[in-house]
Structure formats: structure tokens, C-alpha cells
Design a protein around this ligand. Structure first.
Ligand code: BEZ
Length: 211
């Protein structure tokens, strides 16, 4: 069954390149990003995992733990990590699930049979500290994901979780945000003391509250 926003992220126990993980326990109170890779020793996946390793500190600064999944075994993952480190000038520093039995892939509906019967598509699940799914993304195997966009989305999700705001089209960290429709305009000055603009009664903006 497909996973929808607001669902509790399915829990699982899995072997990874950094030992056995019980997913919910491993997440603790942090955010999580679970993302799938079609297969080991493939070119696009190699660049994606290298990029994730390079960005590990930026994910950590946002309290996001990253966890990759690929439907190959542990020995294969470990050999592949050497290649990733060598070719992407980095050190893979996060766990990759050895999902040879496809347990996690099936739990998260990462295999789309009309695209490919056996390999996963490129799925992303961002999970909040409440273990609820905050974002799902599905890319085909042939398109590498944009990791700056994933970081941007996490900034947006965390702003929404901490303040009653949303982020407009193409928003970047530091730009004005949108006041949630649930806040009456008369309450805005108290809730958002940095100021606000009423562009339309339903379109109110305010400087990013955490900057
Ligand atoms: C890749 O990671 O390069 C890839 C994997 C499966 C199909 C196409 C590309």
C-alpha cells in the first residue's frame, strides 16, 4: 500500500553498512530522510550517495538523519562504498540498508512494477520527530535527485512545524514566508513581530521567523 503524508512511517529492523538498525529507535527525536537507490554499482546512484556524504554535516545541522536503501546485499554495498569514496572524493558516512529481501522496499512501496519489476525507483521519505511522513518524492531511476532541493524542503517543513507559516514558490532560506491561512490578520502583529504585508486578505507575508 502506498504511504501518504501524515501516515506513521512504517517501522522496521534492517541490516545496514553501519550495523543493525531499528528504524524508529534509530531516529530517536530527530528528523529522518529515507531514500532508495535502484541498485549498487550504477552511475547515477554513485553520484547521489557521494553528494549525500558531502552534505552530511548540513543534514546533521538540521537534525536530519539520512538512511539509504538499495536492494543488494551487505558485501556488495561495502565494495560499492569504496568506489563512491574514490570517485566522488568523499567518505560515505551514513548507513545504507542491505535490502536484498526487499522488506523495506515493499514496506515503503518503492518498487513500481510498471517502471521496473525488481529495482526500486528513487523514492524519498522525509519523516518528522513524531515519526509521521512529511514529504514523499518519486523520481525515475534515470534522474538523479537535487539534494539542494531536499535541504530546502527540509527547511520549509521545519519552519511549518515550528511556526504557523508556509513557504511560497521558489522560496529560499532567508526569504519572506507566508502566514498560514488559519491565523487571523489581526493576530499577525503579536505572532510575527518582525512585521508583515497584507497583499490580499488571504496572502500575508512576514520575514522568516527564525532568522
Ligand atoms: C543509475 O543509478 O545510474 C541507474 C540505475 C538504474 C537505471 C538507470 C540508471
Amino acid at each position: 500500500m502506498s504511504i501518504r503524508l501524515g501516515d506513521i512511517a512504517p517501522d522496521f529492523k534492517a541490516e545496514t553498512t553501519e550495523g543493525t538498525i531499528n528504524f524508529h529507535e534509530w531516529l530517536g527525536d530527530d528528523w529522518g530522510m529515507l531514500f532508495s537507490h535502484p541498485a549498487d554499482y550504477t552511475p547515477v546512484c554513485t553520484t547521489e550517495l557521494g553528494r549525500t556524504a558531502q552534505l552530511k554535516d548540513r543534514f546533521a545541522a538540521k537534525n536530519v538523519k539520512v538512511l539509504a536503501v538499495s536492494v543488494d546485499g551487505l558485501a556488495s554495498h561495502k565494495g560499492w562504498i569504496n568506489d563512491i569514496n574514490e570517485t566522488q572524493n568523499t567518505t560515505v558516512n551514513f548507513p545504507i540498508i542491505a535490502d536484498a529481501d526487499r522488506n523495506v522496499a515493499n514496506l515503503y512501496d518503492m518498487i513500481h512494477p510498471n517502471a521496473d519489476n525488481t529495482l526500486t525507483v528513487r523514492s524519498v521519505f522525509i519523516i518528522g520527530p513524531d515519526k509521521k511522513v512529511k514529504l514523499t518524492l518519486t523520481y525515475p531511476a534515470s534522474t538523479g535527485r537535487n539534494f539542494d532541493e531536499l535541504l530546502r524542503v527540509i527547511d520549509s517543513l521545519q519552519l511549518t512545524a515550528n511556526y504557523s507559516v508556509a513557504t511560497p514558490a521558489d522560496w529560499q532560506d532567508g526569504e519572506d514566508v507566508v502566514v498560514a491561512p488559519s491565523i487571523p490578520t489581526e493576530d499577525i502583529p503579536e505572532r510575527f513581530p518582525k512585521g508583515h504585508k497584507v497583499i490580499k486578505p488571504y496572502l500575508r507575508t512576514t520575514p522568516q521567523p527564525n532568522k
